[in-house]
Ligand binder design. Structure first.
Ligand code: HAM
Length: 420
């Protein structure tokens, strides 16, 4: 019954899967902060026109993938990505007038109504950074080296790091026209999607995945050969910095990205080993025109976002066993249950993890449950122990057992942290 299923393209992340997620997110946070990024959390939804203007009207995301809804006069959208939101926050808080150069990281769910496919979800998760307030090519290189190091540190196999430039508002229009002219003679060979792109968003022809279009794209003019002086120098400087930092990357002239806000540097990270057509682990680039386009100051910006779902899938981490628990408190008889509740509470407030039975299970079943939950020790209380205000503490693995006074249970000489 559909009512009892998560919507198509969404899923529950189960406790045994989340160990890998928490590892990936924890390492990412650590790397982001090493590079001077601060966390910024933005709302899950924004006014839709932020994305319409920011990402571009003629992009797949805005044309067909946004989850929009209206309340009163306004149209809202669940965020399909977070760059536009971070830029909105930068402008709204007027950060340009205090400390112009700011670096933010973020992580969280994003929403796109895409066709369901392997490694593609309608609610997916991103971790990203945005460095706003500089046009320096070393910032481009710094964001790329960060993503590259993080993905390597996480252990992504066959990582492919690709770089390109798509020029700027000064040189791109002429290139676009050249590309269109070069493609028109081969129009009939293009997929229907690219036939439309020829008129509306000709650059996107270059990264079409259809084999016929991809073969044509390889023969078309390249942006790198048609850059203005400034863009050429910027690209050389980014490459020089990446080489100096010993980043393993290659230039792929066919990378253009699917969002309109990019200028100059664009990059993608992928893992062919992921399988399926959706093997991009992340992407990003420079977006110098976005702030002025949204009514903000004319400052440069660059960033990237990584797809957490795909990174976890690329790592193929085994499902994790439940984390070990310090103790399982076992009541031998009904009358001991109240003491067990109090002892568990005392241990928990002292920082220990423990569990106890609430279902009136037999002694045997409680001990079995302690094993199942991976408890390191059992703490058993019966009528005899209760009278003397002690518990029998047993190390589950070795069977080693001793008595510990109720009052000492949460002390180092009791259960915590290494004692039996
Ligand atoms: P994007 O290429 O659209 O860029 O998304 C970045 C990454 O998010 C993708 O490479 C992929 O790993 C993941 N992703 C995207 N869509 C899905 C999906 N439906 N299911 C699973 N994973 C997905 C951006 O979003 C830009 N905001 C990146 C950026 C930041 N550029 C500058 N700053």
């Amino acid at each position: 019954m559909a009512l009892l299923q998560a919507p198509v393209g969404t899923r529950d992340l189960l406790p045994e899967e989340l160990a890998a997620w928490r590892h990936v997110e924890g390492r990412s946070r650590d790397w982001f902060e090493r590079y001077g990024y601060q966390e910024l959390r933005t709302p899950l939804f924004e006014y839709a026109d932020l994305f319409q203007r920011g990402i571009g009207e003629v992009t797949d995301i805005v044309e067909k993938e946004m989850y929009t809804f209206s309340r009163g006069e306004r149209l809202y959208a669940l965020r399909p990505e977070q760059t536009a939101s971070i830029v909105r926050a930068y402008i709204e808080h007027d950060w340009a007038s205090t400390r112009r150069f700011r670096k933010f990281w973020y992580m969280g769910p994003q929403f796109r109504h895409e066709r369901k496919q392997r490694h593609r979800y309608r609610q997916f998760y991103q971790m990203g950074v945005e460095a706003i307030g500089s046009t320096s090519p070393t910032v481009d290189a710094e964001t790329m080296v960060l993503a590259w190091r993080l993905l390597r540190d996480l252990g992504v196999r066959d990582l492919v790091t690709e770089l390109n430039t798509i020029g700027c508002a000064a040189c791109r229009p002429a290139f676009r026209e050249r590309l269109r002219e070069a493609t028109i003679p081969r129009q009939a060979e293009l997929c229907p999607h690219c036939q439309r792109r020829l008129e509306r968003n000709v650059l996107r022809l270059l990264d079409c995945k259809e084999p016929g279009c991809a073969a044509i794209a390889r023969e078309l003019p390249r942006v790198v050969d048609h850059l203005c002086e400034g863009c050429g120098a910027h690209f050389d400087a980014v490459r020089g910095a990446l080489d100096a930092l010993a980043v393993e990357y290659r230039v792929n002239p066919l990378i253009v990205r699917g969002l309109d806000y990019y200028s100059r540097t664009v990059c993608e990270f992928s893992s062919p080993g992921l399988g399926g057509s959706q093997n991009a682990l992340g992407g990003g680039g420079r977006y110098d025109g976005l702030l002025p386009l949204l009514g903000g100051p004319d400052v440069g910006a660059v960033g990237f976002a990584l797809g957490t779902d795909r990174i976890v899938e690329a790592l193929g981490a085994p499902l994790a066993a439940p984390p070990a628990m310090d103790a399982y408190v076992v009541a031998v008889d009904e009358e001991s249950r109240r003491d067990c509740l109090l002892l568990a509470e005392r241990m928990r407030t002292a920082g220990l993890s423990c569990e106890l039975d609430h279902e009136g299970r037999s002694l045997q079943k409680q001990l079995r449950q302690a094993h199942r939950l991976g408890a390191l020790r059992s703490v058993v209380v019966g009528p005899e122990e209760r009278g003397r205000r002690v518990a029998r503490v047993k190390v589950m693995e070795t069977g080693e057992e001793r008595e510990v006074a109720f009052d000492d249970l949460a002390r180092p000489e009791g259960v915590a942290p290494r004692g039996p």
